[in-house]
Design a binder for this molecule. Structure first.
Ligand SMILES: NC(=O)c1ccc[n+]([C@@H]2O[C@H](COP(=O)([O-])OP(=O)(O)OC[C@H]3O[C@@H](n4cnc5c(N)ncnc54)[C@H](OP(=O)(O)O)[C@@H]3O)[C@@H](O)[C@H]2O)c1
Length: 266
């Protein structure tokens, strides 16, 4: 089944905006959802104001697309944000905030699409997770945790929905130059806790790496490739160096991985 109509969350900026532009250039109609409702001004991109944290809004969005198009071929759960701070300095409300958009937002979006996909007997689900989902990132422990959770959800879901002709894939970007860095929120007590000094140095290094990172178009290409594939891969980690890190993280003892990450960031 050729993918012609896609719902993309987080289409207003960064990876989402680059993906919307690339898909539209390949004649795929993109409904680009975000809270601001901004999207690249290209033919074939329809901006939609939707907050993925609002179940009714995301359901209404899917219903509207289905009524207009008569089908919905794929969903890309890309909306996300990040918090920074030491585990001890992070409150449960701040952890909930991290999980709200990146995990529950993706789950709400997927849940809204599944009845349509099941009825059609096909549909592609792509989640945008992160290399932070397999590399434990200090002072972004909850970002790492939420991406690991979404990655696992995507894999488990793929087994449940396979009989309905639905495929799932998770794309795992490494450092990518987007608005994500500026949008990152520090937890309230990040700067006055006992970890403040190391945390600041560590996050500053990560932010520098993000801003020197790959262009979002690289991730967009990886997403397009999966949308075009007859069978999507279970996971895709763009760029050779990140794929190598992923393989090493599986092969090396956890203690060695932690030592290496600590050398880099602590
Ligand atoms: N940049 C990186 O280095 C990197 C690395 C690995 C993974 N990622 C992941 O890639 C994805 C895209 O991030 P990005 O780097 O492109 O960052 P970005 O430029 O900050 O884009 C984030 C997008 O998410 C949208 N968004 C946030 N909260 C939302 C909500 N509640 N409902 C709907 N849309 C919402 C934002 O739009 P509005 O503000 O208009 O709602 C924006 O379009 C995220 O899931 C991120 O975790 C990024």
């Amino acid at each position: 089944m050729k993918v012609k109509v896609v719902l993309l969350t987080g289409g207003s900026s960064g990876i989402g905006a680059a993906t919307a532009s690339l898909l539209a250039a390949k004649d795929i109609k993109v409904y680009a959802a975000s809270r601001s409702g901004k999207a690249p001004d290209n033919d074939g991109i329809i901006p939609i104001v939707t907050d993925v944290n609002d179940s009714e809004a995301i359901k209404a969005t899917v219903k509207k697309i289905y009524e207009l198009e008569g089908h919905l071929d794929a969903v890309i759960c890309n909306a996300g944000n990040g918090i920074a701070g030491a585990v001890e300095d992070t409150t449960v409300d701040e952890i909930r905030y991290q999980f709200e958009t990146c995990f529950y937002g993706a789950v709400r979006t997927i849940d809204a699409c599944l009845p349509v996909f099941r009825q059609q007997g096909y549909g592609k689900i792509i989640t945008v997770t992160s290399v932070a989902g397999f590399i434990p990132i200090p002072f972004q422990a909850f970002y790492s945790s939420v991406k690991a959770a979404l990655l696992m959800l995507t894999k488990a879901l793929s087994l449940e929905v396979k009989p309905y002709g639905i495929q799932c894939c998770s794309v795992l970007p490494g450092d990518t130059k987007t608005g994500f860095t500026a949008a990152r929120k520090y937890v309230e007590h990040a700067e006055d806790g006992p970890y403040a000094h190391v945390m600041k140095r560590s996050i500053a290094k990560m932010e520098k790496d993000e801003q020197n990172g790959m262009p979002p178009e690289k991730i967009a290409k990886a997403i397009l490739r999966q949308l075009k594939a007859r069978r999507m891969k279970a996971t895709v980690t763009p760029r050779f160096d990140y794929r190598t890190i992923e393989i090493l993280s599986r092969l090396l003892p956890t203690r060695t991985v932690l030592w290496l990450v600590g050398k880099l960031y602590c």
